[in-house]
Design a protein around this ligand. Structure first.
Ligand code: ATP
Ligand code: MG
Length: 727
């Protein structure tokens, strides 16, 4: 096949970007104009045509999923010409790339070899614990705010000693908390998400030899979703690029939606100034949405003042108008969405191509109810993820302590789980020791035992705990990962503890623990983790996974997610619910013009996810926080062009006024007495094989079963449709 065919399937502008001579490029373009496509093709072009070695290429994406997809696409594009070997190419998120650097240079980064990643929940626990230890009042100094402060400062690239607090007493305290927290993390070998970036930056900055090595290696750096990079990420890229690397960045200022998390859209301007001879390429043709959808998006975003300015057009069809549905209340809204999805299915649509988007997670529950009642399978991105569940985190904490004794967060979590009769008083002695002697909890325990600082019962219990961890390590050191996981779960006492927990909950926890063994068995060490132990690689995977949305595993299901996590994705049929002032735009943003603009960009992102049909819903009454309130349609609806939108009239029906009590007596999630399904029952499914029921929701025809299939993962299925065979 002729290599120039690589350019087929691109328009002139895209082609210009993909085949441009080596240099610095900024591809600035609106939603759905092919930015991600251009980046992917560009990499293929560099390898196939410019003969660039794949190991000199680094590509940065916004999620791990997008990274996997990009690698796959490049591979299949190149496979038409040659046998690609992309082993040496680095594709990943900023976090995963920073992590990789730190693993390779842990000594220079002043980290222990087995340093562990703290996800945001771990971080909050640790901060909470430390603030208590240092007598901070939670009311005046909320731990959540402390986490926000710490992360924000790290994203700015600042260490406690670099923060000017101008003698502001409140800020002085935040800085002190940051310092206390950081000291413990450093002693324990713990790295939170923002620390990954800052550490990697400091590593490169302070070790010229290492920096030079990577500068020489990565001559081609490509970055997607550039508008959402923060200060430290930008500084990091600048440092790594040095004088000679060639960059292609793609982004859309109108889709900058992480300002609240420190993202700086100005980085686009900085890029133009800081890098040599940047050529700007603008794409304006949209390939994703119908004209009606696109015009709505264009007109909406035109209300923002600070824009780089670009207008999208499409050669595609006009399509159906954007629908606006005024629901009586949130139940009506939910039933409407469910009925529309059924219509969509009747018309030959596929569930996978359908998405429901919302401003915040709490809006999903009522919709879930309605979907279950209508037998529509769904999947929530970013719901409670497997690796975030209590029992799983307990088991992982044992594994973490085995891998690294200095891991204070893991130590805290399990020192008295299962109960070992250790009281807060004993633990406080240890915590105080950590503070006074600047040591970790593990070291403090040994010290306290050796120096007889504890009551004898407590000392014995702690001594046994230490022995337990040591022997778990010894006994499992030769085992493969899954056997090690299984052994640790069974011999730590966790298994027995959860076995004693009554009812379904305990059973589900046991099943989940078993699923963890399956997960360990299925775990394949990624190519970039060669030099890590299997255990560390697995623990890393678990932490990074907990920071990201889950992938859709259901065979076919509606996708539900927040507007933020929909970035970069596309669906034929999209619903955006809760289009009400105070919800979207959010209440906090109503009075602050800058924030309102960010909300509008979020609406722009939402609208431009739709390919064929878009429906916006709002409820005139909504119950939130157990209180019913009258709501008004989102101001964003009023900003849409009348010519492209249409109010929905329900055919032949009078507007339904829902009687709440009538609906709620019939509510779901009630105990499932009528059905003959039982948790723990083994079943067989035509496609997924054998599995065990681990959870039941709904009743009669609406019963949904959560089943752990051997080797296929955990899935939700509608009992009446799944054709399950009982075993
Ligand atoms: P977003 O801003 O939402 O991330 P994007 O600019 O990255 O969007 P892509 O996701 O790359 O856009 O492309 C949008 C859709 O248009 C995809 O389905 C893509 O395959 C398709 N597409 C892009 N360019 C072309 C083209 N030249 N011909 C046909 N389809 C195209
Ligand atoms: Mg994209």
């Amino acid at each position: 096949m002729d290599i120039s065919e690589l350019l087929n399937g691109l328009n002139d502008r895209q082609r210009e970007a993909v085949s441009a001579p080596l240099g610095n490029y900024l591809v600035l373009a609106g939603a759905g104009s092919g930015k991600t496509r251009v980046l992917t093709y560009r990499i293929a072009w560099l390898i196939a045509v410019e003969n660039i070695s794949e190991s000199s290429i680094m590509a940065v994406t916004f999620t791990n999923k997008a990274a996997a997809e990009m690698r796959h696409r490049i591979e299949s594009t190149l496979a038409q010409y040659s046998q690609p070997n992309l082993f040496g190419m680095w594709v990943g998120t900023f976090h995963s790339i920073a992590h990789r650097l730190l693993r390779s240079h842990y000594l220079d980064a002043k980290l222990p070899q087995d340093f562990q990643i703290l996800d945001s929940e771990d971080q909050l626990r640790l901060v909470k614990r430390l603030m208590k230890l240092h007598h901070y009042d939670e009311h005046n100094f909320p731990p959540k705010q402390a986490c926000w402060y710490i992360n924000h400062k790290k994203e700015e690239g600042l260490r406690p000693n670099q923060i000017e607090h101008y003698n502001d007493p409140q800020e002085k305290q935040w800085v002190r908390i940051y310092q206390i927290y950081q000291d413990v993390c450093d002693r324990s070998g713990l790295v939170d998400f923002s620390e990954l970036l800052l550490r990697a930056y400091k590593l490169l900055e302070s070790k010229p030899v290492i920096l030079q090595r990577y500068q020489q290696r990565f001559q081609h750096i490509l970055i997607d979703e550039f508008q959402d990079t923060n200060k430290i990420q930008y500084a990091w890229i600048k440092l790594l690029a040095g004088d000679s690397a060639k960059l292609m960045i793609v982004g859309d200022d109108d889709q900058s939606i992480y300002g609240w998390r420190g993202a700086k859209v100005e980085n686009i301007h900085h890029f133009l100034q800081d890098f040599q001879k940047v050529k700007k390429i603008i794409l304006e043709q949209n390939y994703r949405s119908t004209e009606n959808i696109l015009q709505s998006a264009n007109q909406l975003i035109a209300n923002n003042e600070k824009r780089l300015g670009k207008n999208l057009w499409t050669a595609g069809e006009k399509g159906e108008p954007v629908e606006i549905y005024a629901a009586f209340n949130e139940l009506d809204e939910a039933l409407f969405v469910a009925s529309q999805i059924n219509l969509w299915l009747d018309e030959g649509g596929k569930l996978d191509d359908c998405a429901i988007l919302y401003r915040s997670n709490r809006l999903s529950r009522v919709i879930e109810d309605a979907l279950i009642r209508s037998n529509i399978p769904y999947r929530i991105y970013g719901g409670l993820r497997f690796f975030e569940r209590q029992e799983i985190k307990d088991a992982l904490a044992y594994l973490r302590l085995i891998a690294n004794r200095q891991d204070d967060a893991a130590f805290e979590r399990i020192v008295n789980t299962p109960l070992r009769g250790l009281g807060e008083r004993t633990l406080d002695v240890l915590r105080t020791l950590t503070r006074e002697r600047q040591i970790t909890l593990w070291q403090a325990t040994q010290l306290a035992i050796n120096e007889n600082m504890l009551a004898s019962r407590a000392a014995t219990a702690l001594f046994r705990f230490i022995e337990l961890i040591n022997s778990l390590e010894q006994d499992t050191s030769e085992m493969p990962l899954f056997a090690q996981t299984d052994f640790v779960i069974k011999h730590s006492g966790l298994y027995q503890m959860y076995q004693q927990e009554k009812g379904e909950k305990g059973e589900v926890r046991i099943e989940n623990l078993e699923e963890l063994v399956t997960a360990a068995k299925e775990f394949v060490k990624p190519t970039d983790a060669e030099d890590m132990s299997d255990l560390t690689a697995f623990l890393t995977h678990a932490s990074l996974e907990a920071g990201e949305e889950q992938a859709s595993v259901h065979e076919s299901s509606v996708q539900m997610m927040t507007l933020h996590s929909a970035k970069g994705l596309e669906f034929d049929r999209v619903f955006i619910i809760g289009m009400e002032d105070g919800i979207f735009p959010s209440f906090q943003s109503l009075e602050i013009p800058q924030q309102l603009e960010e909300e509008r960009r979020l609406a722009y992102v939402g609208i431009t996810r739709a390919k064929k049909k878009l429906t916006l819903c709002y409820a005139e009454n909504r119950r939130l926080y157990a209180k019913e309130e009258k709501h008004f349609p989102s101001r964003f609806i009023a900003e849409l062009p009348e010519a492209n939108i249409q109010a929905v009239r329900l055919r032949g029906t009078v507007r339904r006024a829902y009687n709440r009590s009538a609906v709620s007596t019939n509510r779901l999630f009630i105990e499932n007495e009528l059905s003959d399904w039982k948790v723990g029952q083994k079943v067989k499914h035509a496609k997924f094989g054998t599995g065990t029921i681990i959870n039941i929701e709904g009743s009669e025809n609406n019963t949904r079963l959560q089943i752990a299939f051997q080797g296929q993962g955990i899935k939700w299925l509608i009992a009446s449709l799944a054709k399950l065979e009982k075993l």
